[in-house]
Write a new protein. Sequence first.
Length: 304
Amino acid sequence: MADQVEFARMNGLGNKILVVDMRGRADKVTPQAAIALNADPATQFDQIMAIHDPKAEGTDAWIDILNSDGSKAQACGNGTRCVVQALAAETGRKSFTFQTVAGILNAKEHDDGSISVDMGKPVFAWNRIPLSEEFDTSRIELQIGPIDAPILHSPSAMSMGNPHAVFWVDKDPMDFDLERFGPLLENHPMFPEKANITLAQVTSDQSLRTRTWERGAGLTLACGSAACAAAVSAARTGRTGRRVEIDVASSPIRQPLVIEWREDDHVIMTGPAEWEWSGKVDPATGSFSRDLEAENHGQGAQAH
């Protein structure tokens, strides 16, 4: 327990996030630590957002992202909002530029506490998502269930830095057994790097209701990049306009994500982040302790 760093348990619309401060260090949060942390109910998470010293000029930090199974993730919009809130509380700044394996992310905290993240440009080319064979990615040939009456079929596919398949459904996404279908679809041969699987119901020309099985994490309360993928796919296929509110069906927080696919092709996601508690963690093993003093004083999420 001697070699610990500070971390915060946070959530982005219910998406369980651990923000780990690795600045000033050369090591990384190990897959073994991630698995150990996820095995403990107190620290069970969807993504770890590890803040490292910047690698590129003009950026504030390099963000290393891990899934709950210890695998690497390229993007996590809800987690990025948590990082912004943590660093804004520490520095008093409102705007940040981060680098991830998926590219550069610009983000800012608004006066009302909501946080916007520029998630970059969507990718539709089948071989860059990637898919295992060529398709018009607005509607690919993939289905679950009987051939003549499939339960799910013809998803839209794209990448938001990570691969997504969005299945359009005519009823509440919570009415589907995504816990059963999710692993089959995530690991389908169509997706050589696996995929995030989202069920999306169009509720108006300006709103969607979604639920996601997240690659490497499973059923999740919310997934920001999946919300972006659903919004962009809805606009791309003529189901909605380019600005929608996403009601994340599985989130306990009844606040929509606002997704705007701007004319410059960038996707902007705006939503909340929430601090829960802070502590210290060994990035090699995952052993941790909670900072009871910070909890007793009601302090917010601060990375030092």
